[in-house]
Design a protein around this ligand. Structure first.
Ligand code: KG4
Ligand code: ZN
Length: 333
């Protein structure tokens, strides 16, 4: 089954053709990062307009790169949420028009499920497994019992991990998006600052919290600025990264112990983080837990992951979406 997938939830206009959920025939991403960088983050109105400008070319290129004509496409899939409403609507309406004109079934895919499905691309991962999802919008640990059967074990009470990376980067004077910049700067520093880490109580809830850590860094930097001190940016970046990763790791370790899961996948933009990957890999080596990571290009937003998720959604017997399909700013985990 060949699925043409479209993604426009934030600042990447993306289209891909994916065969049977695991084989990517084409994967096109038009990033708006450079456009939003000068504003220090994504400006929703500007994102929607740029999706409108890019989407037709992006879809055309995805079909051309896959060597597919409309007759070979079995279904059209699109991200309907979570994300920026105006941005999502561009992809949703384009997909509706295409599905109508081409007489193909249209499927509505959750962006979150897409991030999880990034781990199926070119891999042998199959449920059941545990997934740590860490992106700019979500931080959660989920038990994936089956492709369409996930149980939320814990999530952030406040900010998402990626959001904390972005905000800390901004206070350190680094450009958007902050995650890769912090990772780079941290290489020149050491994690010498002790930063706040939530404690998991035996048998208690598994939650994440990033707002305290973010505020700690902001106050630390502002205090140094007020005292006229030079800011040890690399040491602060390394300390923040260490603490942010430690929290992700501990929650995952705790969830694995409780569920008895021996397969763990990480997903979402923050799963591109080298320190997180290293921490997970060490744990895997020590304990025999199998660790799965998406290829770097499938960690951040893309449409190949939406095509992969759509395949399993269709296989589960999901009915196609009607042409009344709406976009949603939030979707359940
Ligand atoms: O999954 P994603 O592309 O978009 C959302 O669905 O939110 O995630 C974007 C987030 C941003 O906050 C970005 O700073 C973070 O992922 N990110 C990283 C890295 N690469 C991207 N965070 C830490 N380390 C990285 N290497
Ligand atoms: Zn995303």
């Amino acid at each position: 089954m060949k699925i043409l997938a479209i993604e426009s939830s934030c600042d990447e206009t993306a289209a891909a053709v994916v065969e049977d959920g695991r084989k990517v025939l084409s994967d096109v991403v038009a990033s708006q990062i450079e456009i939003h960088r000068r504003f220090g983050g994504v400006v929703p109105e500007i994102a929607s307009r740029n999706h409108t400008l890019a989407i037709d070319n992006v879809v055309g290129e995805a079909l051309k790169n896959a060597g597919c004509g409309r007759e070979e496409i079995d279904a059209v899939a699109v991200t309907y949420g979570a994300g920026l409403l105006g941005a999502l609507l561009v992809g949703v309406n384009y997909a509706k028009g295409l599905a109508y004109a081409w007489k193909k079934p249209l499927y509505a895919v959750s962006h979150v499920k897409g991030h999880l499905a990034a781990n199926y691309i070119d891999s042998g991962l199959e449920p059941p497994y545990l997934c740590l999802l860490a992106s700019g919008g979500h931080t959660a640990v989920l038990q994936v019992a089956d492709y369409e059967d996930t149980v939320l074990i814990g999530q952030s009470r406040d900010d998402a991990a990626g959001e904390a990376f972005d905000k800390v980067a901004r206070v350190l004077g680094l450009p958007y998006p902050g995650g890769p910049e912090i990772q780079k700067l941290a290489l020149d520093g050491s994690p010498v600052y002790k930063m706040p880490l939530p404690v998991f109580k035996e048998g208690g809830e598994i939650n994440f919290s990033y707002s305290g850590l973010k505020t700690f860094v902001i106050n630390l930097v502002h205090g140094m600025e007020q005292r006229g001190e030079e800011i040890p940016r690399a040491d602060i970046a390394a300390s923040f990264q260490e603490c942010a990763v430690e929290q992700l790791f501990r929650a995952t370790e705790c969830a694995a112990a409780r569920t008895g899961m021996k397969k763990v996948a990480i997903a979402g933009g923050v799963s591109a983080n080298a320190r997180l990957r290293e921490r997970m890999a060490d744990w895997g080596k020590r304990t025999g837990v199998e660790i799965y990571y998406p290829k770097l290009r499938y960690c951040t937003d893309n449409a190949a992951m939406i095509g992969a998720a759509a395949y399993y959604l269709i296989r589960s017997g999901e009915a196609p979406a009607g042409f009344g399909l709406d976009a949603k700013a939030t979707v359940g985990l």
